[in-house]
Design a binder for this molecule. Structure first.
Ligand SMILES: CC(C)(CO)[C@@H](O)C(=O)NCCC(=O)O
Ligand code: NA
Length: 651
C-alpha cells in the first residue's frame, strides 16, 4: 500500500464509527433519565450499589484494556514473538489476591473511595498523598489511552488531504470521542459507564474476531500462517514444554533459545519471570487497589458478587490476550519478509495493526470501520472509567472532607462538573502525549509500575503489617515514588536498550544477534564502564525490565515504611481501626490446618468464625448497606486483639 493507492474509509465504515458513539451516548442518557436520575452521590458514583456480576466483570476488564492493548499487543507479538503471552500466567494470582484479600477488606469498610482506607488505617495525610498520586497516574494514562487510536489511525490517513469527506479526521475523532465520553459519564454516572463498558466490550471482541477470521483467510490459511511463524521463530513459551518432552521436535533449536524464556536476568525485557511474576504486582496495583476497579467492586450488590466478578475477569482477560496474540501472528505471516516498518510505510510499530487492516482488508467494506469502532470502544471504556474514578476521588477525598454538611444534590452536581473538567484535561493530555514517542504498551505499563507500584506498596503496608504507622507510610510512599521516577526516567534517558529477545529466523543466528545487541550495549556504555557485556552500578538499575517496576517500587515502599515505623514507634494493636488489617498469619495457619486435616478442621473453623463474629459485634459486618455513611463510621472502634478482619472470605 503506497501513498498513491491509499484507501480511505468508506461511508459504511464511517457510519459504524458514528453508530458506536450514538449508542454509547444513548446508554448514558438512558441512565441519566431512569431510576432516581442520578440525584445522590451514592447513585452517581457507586451505581446505587446494585450491580451484578456479569456487567461488572466485563467492565473490570474493559477498564484497563484500551486501544493501547489492542494495537500494542499484536505489535509486540509481531516483533518479539508470543513471549508476551506469559503475562497471562500473572492473571491467576493477580486476580485471586484481590478477590480474597482486597475486596473483603474494602467492601466491609463501606468505602466510596479506596483512599478512605488510607485514612482509616493511617491518617488524613496518607489519604491525601494517595489520592494525589492516583490522580497523577490516571491523568497520564488517560492521555495515552485517548491518543493511541489517533496514533494508530495516522498510519493510514496521514496526511488527510480531504478529511471528513474522504477520510477520517484524526483529531476530530479524538475530540468527538472525548466529548461523547465526557457527556455520557457526566450525565449517566457509574451505571452508564459500566453498561457502556459492556456494550463496548462486545464491539471490541467482535472487531478483533472479525479481523482475525478474515485476516487468516487473506494471509493464506491457518497452516500457512503456522509455517511462517514457526519459520520466523515467533512461538515462544511452548518451546520450553516441547523441548523438555519432545526434544526431537525442537531438534533444530539450540538450548540458547530454549532457555531464553526462563532467563532469570531482571534486565531482560520480557521473560517468563518478568511477565508472570512481575506481572502479578502490576495486576495487583490495577485490580487490587486502583480506584477505578475498587469503585466497581464497591458498586456491586453483595460482596460475593464482587468476588465472583473478579473471578470472571480471568477468562475475559485470557480471551483478550489470546485474540491479540493471534492477531500478531497473522500479521507476522503477512509481513515477515516485507515489514511495513522497515519499508517506512509507517513510523511506529503501534501503527502496524491499522496498516494491516487497511492493506489486507480494505476490500471488505465495513471491516475497517468495525475495527476502528473496536479501537475506540476500547479507549472509550477506559477513559470513561478514568473520568468517573477521578471525579469520585476528587469529590470524596479532596472536597467533601472540607464541606461535611454539603447537601447531596449539590455534591452530585459538583461531581458531574468534575467529570466534565477531567474530560477537558484528558483532551489536553492527548496532545501532550502526542508530543512524546515510543511504544504505547510499554509506556502505559511503565506508568502503572512507576506510579501504581508505590500506591500498591502503601496499601499492602497497611493491610498486611499491623505495626506500620503513618510516618512510615508517608515516608515509604515518597521514597517509592522518588525511586520509581529515578529508575524510570533514568532508564528512559540513558536509553540503554533493555535487552530484547530478538528472535532470529533460526538458531544459528542467535549467537550473532546476541553479540550484536551486546555490541550496542557496549558501545553505549563504553565511556562509562569497562565491563563489556553487562551494565553495572546505576546503569544496571536503569536497565531493569519495566515489567519489574511495580514489584520493585511497592517492595521499597513496604521496606522503608516498616523501617521508619520501627524507628518512630510501631502502631499498637489497640490503635488500629477494626477491619483495616488482614490477618495473613492466622489465615495461613487456617489454610495449613485445612490442608493437613481437611475434614475435622472445617467444622472447628466455622465454629471459630461464629465465635469471632459474636465477639466482633462492633466490627464492620456488612448487613445493611443503606445506612448512612456517617452512621457507619461511628461503628469503627479500636478493638484489642480482634482488630482484624475475621470472616469467611471464600466464595
Ligand atoms: C493491563 C493488562 C495486562 C491487563 O488488564 C492488559 O489489559 C494490558 O496490557 N493493558 C495495556 C494498557 C491498556 O490497554 O490501556
Ligand atoms: Na477499555
Amino acid at each position: 500500500m503506497d501513498v498513491t493507492e491509499q484507501k480511505y474509509f468508506s461511508t459504511i465504515d464511517f457510519v459504524l464509527f458514528v453508530l458506536l458513539l450514538v449508542a454509547s451516548m444513548a446508554i448514558g442518557l438512558y441512565y441519566a433519565l431512569s431510576g432516581r436520575q442520578q440525584r445522590t452521590t451514592r447513585e452517581f458514583l457507586l451505581a446505587d450499589q446494585s450491580m451484578k456480576c456479569l456487567p461488572l466483570s466485563l467492565s473490570l476488564m474493559a477498564t484497563f484494556q484500551s486501544a493501547v492493548a489492542i494495537v500494542g499487543t499484536p505489535a509486540e507479538v509481531f516483533t518479539n514473538g508470543t513471549q508476551y503471552w506469559f503475562i497471562g500466567c500473572s492473571y491467576i494470582l493477580g486476580l485471586l489476591i484481590p478477590a480474597h484479600i482486597f475486596i473483603p477488606v474494602f467492601y466491609r469498610l463501606h468505602l466510596t473511595s479506596a483512599y478512605q482506607y488510607l485514612e482509616l488505617r493511617f491518617c488524613k495525610a496518607v489519604r491525601i498523598c494517595g489520592t494525589i498520586t492516583f490522580i497523577f497516574q490516571m491523568i497520564i494514562y488517560m492521555g495515552v489511552g485517548i491518543y493511541t487510536p489517533a496514533l494508530a489511525l495516522n498510519a493510514v490517513l496521514c496526511p488527510p488531504i480531504l478529511p471528513l469527506v474522504t477520510g477520517f479526521h484524526l483529531w476530530g475523532a479524538v475530540l468527538a470521542t472525548g466529548l461523547v465520553c465526557t457527556i455520557y459519564t457526566a450525565l449517566g454516572g457509574l451505571k452508564a459507564v459500566i453498561w457502556t463498558d459492556v456494550f463496548q466490550t462486545v464491539v471490541m471482541f467482535a472487531g478483533q474476531l472479525a479481523v482475525i477470521i478474515v485476516g487468516v483467510q487473506q494471509a493464506g490459511g491457518l497452516s500457512h500462517i503456522w509455517r511462517k511463524v514457526i519459520e520466523g521463530n515467533r512461538i515462544s513459551g511452548i518451546e520450553i514444554i516441547l523441548f523438555k518432552h519432545f526434544p526431537y521436535v525442537m531438534g533444530s533449536l539450540t538450548v540458547s533459545v530454549c532457555s531464553e524464556s526462563l532467563n532469570p536476568d531482571p534486565t531482560v525485557r520480557h521473560t517468563f519471570w518478568t511477565l508472570a511474576l512481575g506481572g502479578v504486582f502490576l495486576m495487583l496495583s490495577l485490580y487490587g487497589v486502583n480506584q477505578t476497579q475498587v469503585q466497581r467492586y464497591l458498586s456491586s450488590r453483595t460482596e460475593k458478587e464482587a468476588v465472583m466478578s473478579c473471578y470472571m475477569v480471568f477468562p475475559c482477560l485470557q480471551i483478550a490476550l489470546g485474540l491479540s496474540c493471534v492477531m500478531g501472528l497473522v500479521m507476522f505471516a503477512c509481513y515477515s519478509d516485507n515489514s511495513p516498518l522497515d519499508n517506512q510505510y509507517i513510523t511506529s510499530k503501534d501503527q502496524m495493526v491499522l496498516y494491516f487492516i487497511m492493506d489486507m482488508l480494505q476490500d471488505f467494506s465495513g471491516l475497517p470501520g468495525l475495527f476502528v469502532a473496536c479501537l475506540f470502544s476500547a479507549s472509550l471504556s477506559t477513559i470513561s472509567s478514568a473520568f468517573s474514578s477521578l471525579a469520585t476521588v476528587t469529590m470524596e477525598d479532596l472536597i467533601k472532607p472540607h464541606y461535611p454538611s454539603m447537601v447531596e444534590t449539590r455534591a452530585t452536581l459538583l461531581s458531574k462538573i468534575l467529570t466534565f473538567a477531567y474530560g477537558l484535561v484528558c483532551l489536553v493530555m492527548a496532545y501532550v502525549i502526542h508530543l512524546m514517542n515510543g511504544s504505547v504498551l510499554q509506556a502505559a505499563l511503565s506508568i502503572f509500575g512507576m506510579v501504581g507500584g508505590p500506591l500498591l506498596g502503601v496499601f499492602c503496608l497497611g493491610i498486611f503489617f499491623p505495626l506500620a504507622n503513618s510516618t512510615g507510610a508517608v515516608t515509604g510512599l515518597v521514597a517509592g515514588l522518588v525511586l520509581a521516577f529515578w529508575v524510570g526516567i533514568g532508564g528512559f534517558v540513558t536509553q540503554i536498550p533493555s535487552i530484547t529477545t530478538v528472535r532470529p529466523n533460526n538458531c544459528t543466528d542467535m549467537a550473532a544477534t546476541e553479540n550484536a545487541i551486546m555490541a550496542t550495549v557496549t558501545t553505549a556504555l563504553a565511556p562509562i564502564t569497562d565491563e563489556p557485556s553487562k551494565p553495572v552500578g546505576l546503569y544496571a538499575l536503569y536497565s531493569l525490565s519495566y515489567m519489574w517496576y511495580s514489584a520493585l517500587n511497592s517492595s521499597v515502599v513496604i521496606l522503608i515504611g516498616l523501617i521508619v515505623s520501627l524507628i518512630t514507634g510501631p502502631m499498637k494493636q489497640g490503635e488500629l481501626v477494626a477491619g483495616t488489617v488482614y490477618p495473613l498469619m492466622d489465615k495461613a495457619q487456617d489454610l495449613m490446618q485445612k490442608l493437613l486435616r481437611p475434614k475435622s478442621c472445617v467444622g472447628s473453623r466455622e465454629q471459630r468464625q461464629i465465635g469471632t463474629c459474636q465477639e466482633q459485634t462492633n466490627g464492620p459486618v456488612r448487613t445493611e448497606r443503606n445506612t448512612a455513611k456517617e452512621e457507619e463510621r461511628k461503628t469503627f472502634q479500636p478493638l484489642s486483639h480482634v482488630a482484624y478482619l475475621e470472616q469467611e472470605t471464600s466464595v
